[in-house]
Design a protein around this ligand. Structure first.
Ligand code: SAM
Length: 284
């Protein structure tokens, strides 16, 4: 008998669900909408590796959903047992239910519903060498997810979302992070709260701007903390944020494009700021 089968004896823990009308399935499907994600303080992440990584990093799993066909897979059995042990529920569902939950024809075998987690701005106290990224009113979930993934990849510390932004825990954002949502702290702040916090920031606040007079490659980012401030996709940085930066940097361009995509520009900046810290040697 498999671990999951054994746990079906524990009431309310492992449930078999085949009907789309099941209230548990309805609640999980509702997580596609921000209103319900906020109501339930939850979000969905797809894929076995992501769910394992999230548990390893200490995220709280509310519900583990897996396809019937995954029954007997040792890794799935293991995370099912971990979910039950931490007080979460496990749903063994039909392919049809999984496709409905993920809104995909070929869904992943495993989906986890996790508790959302934001870091409070007041708890961000950057130390020497730390790099944070502030995103002004980021609109596109693909951009936000890609920035979070890149922040993770370069070993920067986290992301601050300033103003009205797309949701860090939407299905699209989480997909684009490729799992980095679980490794990168994200904070949310109004412009006012951000500007107040920025006053206490002791390192270099580097804004990027299409009218910036300084070539980003000419700056010595040194060892102080760096806060990289990136503008909104349509409007760029508003004056109030641009004026709060110590320097306004530009990435030189050729050709006809007016500007770079936000996530691409963030990536170029982050690799430059972290240049000295990154190496191919295993110790890095
Ligand atoms: N129309 C917008 C504007 O006037 O700024 C374009 C915004 S761009 C798509 C999004 C953000 O990426 C910018 O606000 C800036 O932070 C950054 N960015 C894009 N290309 C850049 C460049 N060549 N130099 C510096 N920053 C750039």
């Amino acid at each position: 008998m498999s671990e999951v089968d054994r746990q079906k004896g524990a009431p309310g823990r492992v449930k078999e669900v085949t009907s789309l009308a099941n209230p548990l399935v309805k609640d999980i499907k509702a997580l596609a909408l921000k209103k319900f994600r906020d109501q339930q303080n939850a979000f969905m992440a797809e894929g076995l590796k992501l769910v394992i990584d999230a548990l390893d990093l200490g995220w709280t799993i509310k519900t583990l959903i897996f396809a019937k066909s995954a029954l007997g897979n040792p890794a799935v059995e293991k995370i099912a047992a971990r979910t039950v042990a931490s007080g979460g529920d496990v749903l063994e569902v039909s392919e049809k239910v999984l496709a409905a939950i993920t809104r995909r024809d070929n869904p992943q075998m495993v989906v986890g519903v996790f508790t959302q987690r934001f870091v409070a701005l007041k708890d961000i106290r950057p130390a020497a060498g730390d790099v944070w990224v502030a995103l002004d009113r980021v609109r596109d979930p693909g951009n936000l997810g890609t920035v979070i993934r890149t922040v993770d990849a370069v070993g920067a510390k986290g992301v601050i979302l300033v103003g009205e932004t797309t949701d860090a825990f939407s299905v699209e954002t989480v997909r684009a992070t490729m799992g980095s949502i679980f490794a990168v702290p994200v904070a949310k702040a109004s412009v006012e709260a951000f500007l107040t916090w920025r006053k206490g920031f002791s390192g270099l606040v580097a804004g990027t701007h299409l009218k910036g007079a300084v070539d980003y490659r000419s700056v010595d980012f040194g060892t102080k903390p760096v806060l990289l401030v990136m503008g909104n996709e349509q409007q760029g940085l508003p004056d109030i944020l641009a004026e709060s930066c110590d320097r306004l940097l530009r990435i030189p361009q050729a050709g006809r494009a007016d500007s770079l995509n936000l996530a691409v520009a963030t990536g170029i900046m982050l690799f430059e700021i972290r240049r000295a810290a990154l190496s191919l040697s295993p110790e890095a």
